[in-house]
Design a protein around this ligand. Structure first.
Ligand code: ADP
Ligand code: MG
Length: 273
């Protein structure tokens, strides 16, 4: 195992080695006990390399959230192994996570929510204000420190959730349908920000959605999951331009439309199967 940096202070890309890699090998996951067992995932093999932006897309109930829970260490696979950066994942210690709802603490300000994450990440009090300011600026919320979380719109709340997920500086970021509850325009803006932030910070990312459009815009690779139990139906590298891009132009391009159609078909087939 390679040595992990104890404190990562700058927003420089993670070295592209074992940090943030994911390996699911022969994974089967069942819920329930005794005769009531339901297999919801597998058998499934899936590896994510460092720096990759993997989007998991598939019909509702195909096991996308369960897969993220297995990667985060919230659940242990019934069979097979889950590894993050080469090790069995310890819950809360391997990945930053963003969920469909922001799950912020309403009695804390925007800055207070980020501070708490920094505290849990072991950042000492003296360094928190600077780190907090940098994180908020990273997600487009500079100057919002003292706002109440319930005062700001849903899109901004998700930005706070993203800042919080970045606070611990895990090389892996897991996002479970984080924009599903947002309006279309806000959703597009946040997609652009997530694409930029993950590229700038070199995070390995696993992002769950049921939107083909979102998958194609974000992913450097898309895995379509089929239902009952969740298995890989399609595994497709996406070589649309990354880095500094004109998002509008990309979304309107022919390649984008073709990929969206292809993923959309694959999801429909996966849902029917
Ligand atoms: P998705 O995120 O793709 O919609 P989930 O991973 O949430 O799918 O769920 C996959 C299946 O597992 C669903 O049929 C769901 O009802 C079931 N399931 C999810 N969590 C649990 C649980 N804690 N106990 C029992 N069944 C569960
Ligand atoms: Mg889900």
């Amino acid at each position: 195992m390679t040595e992990r940096p104890r404190a990562w202070t700058g927003f420089v890309p993670w070295p592209h080695d074992a940090h943030g890699t994911v390996q699911l090998a022969d994974v089967v996951h069942r819920y329930g006990r005794g005769g009531e067992d339901v297999t919801v995932v597998g058998p499934l093999d899936l590896s994510v390399t460092a720096g990759e932006f993997l989007v998991l897309v598939g019909p509702s109930g195909c096991g996308k959230s369960t897969l993220l829970h297995l990667i985060a260490g919230f659940e242990r696979p019934t069979r097979g192994t889950a590894r993050v950066s080469g090790d069995e994942p310890t819950p809360g210690a391997v990945a930053g996570a963003v969920f469909q709802t922001p799950r912020l603490f309403p009695w804390r300000t925007v800055g207070g929510n980020v501070d708490l994450a920094l505290r849990y990440a072991g950042v000492d009090r003296a360094h928190r204000p600077e780190r907090r300011a940098r994180l908020l600026s990273r997600v487009g919320l500079e100057g919002a420190e003292n706002r109440r979380t319930w005062e700001i719109p849903g899109g901004q709340q998700q930005r706070v959730a993203l800042a919080r997920a970045l606070a611990a500086e895990h090389p892996l970021l897991l996002l479970d349908e984080p924009f599903a509850a947002l309006d279309a325009l806000t959703r597009e803006r946040l997609q652009e920000d997530v694409r930029r932030v993950t590229a700038q910070t070199g995070r390995t990312t696993v992002f769950v959605t049921h939107s083909a459009e979102e998958a194609v815009f974000l992913g450097s690779r898309i895995v379509v999951l089929a239902k009952g139990p969740g298995t890989v139906a399609l595994d497709l590298p996406i070589d649309l331009p990354r880095g500094d891009i004109d998002a509008e132009e990309l979304r309107e391009s022919r390649e984008f439309a073709d990929l969206r159609t292809r993923i959309s078909h694959a999801v429909k087939t996966a849902a029917a199967g």
